[in-house]
Ligand binder design. Structure first.
Ligand code: HEC
Length: 112
């Protein structure tokens, strides 16, 4: 019995680390061209986005779902950062599927 529990634990650890790495990879492959980690150059930095989202959404699910829906179809109405739209113009639609965006948003939620 103990062995089974161990296996489950190990499997969970492996898959969750894998999901983290994958989210990071997707973020760095697809978003970093415009969103620098700490500097806002052509778009708000990841740090600012993460901070604003944490201020707006306490719950992880709300944070992730809202970001997925918005990035899937960026709009003025849904934006929680109107000052950034004024400064940089509305983010273009990128055409990623929602699964991919969910991994990225989850990674951003957890990013320290
Ligand atoms: C071509 C440049 C570009 C790329 C690539 C890009 N963004 Fe953006 N993004 C912007 C700009 C400019 C803004 C600021 C204006 C705005 O909010 O629409 C922004 C704003 C945002 C916001 C704030 C939304 C709000 O409430 O206004 C989120 C969240 C975001 N981006 C997530 C992402 C994610 C996740 C990716 C990668 C999948 C990504 N962006 C890729 C340019 C980009």
């Amino acid at each position: 019995m103990i062995k089974v529990m161990h296996l489950i634990l190990i499997a969970t650890l492996i898959t969750s680390t894998y999901a983290d790495k994958y989210g990071r990879l997707l973020l760095y492959g697809n978003c970093i061209t415009c969103h620098h980690e700490t500097k806002s150059i052509s778009a708000p930095s990841l740090q600012i986005i993460q901070q604003r989202y944490h201020e707006a959404f306490e719950d992880k699910k709300e944070f992730v779902n809202y970001m997925v829906d918005w990035v899937y179809k960026p709009s003025h109405e849904g934006s929680i950062m109107h000052d950034m739209i004024e400064k940089y113009e509305l983010m273009p639609e990128l055409g990623y599927d929602k699964d991919t965006l969910e991994k990225i948003a989850t990674y951003l939620y957890e990013l320290q």
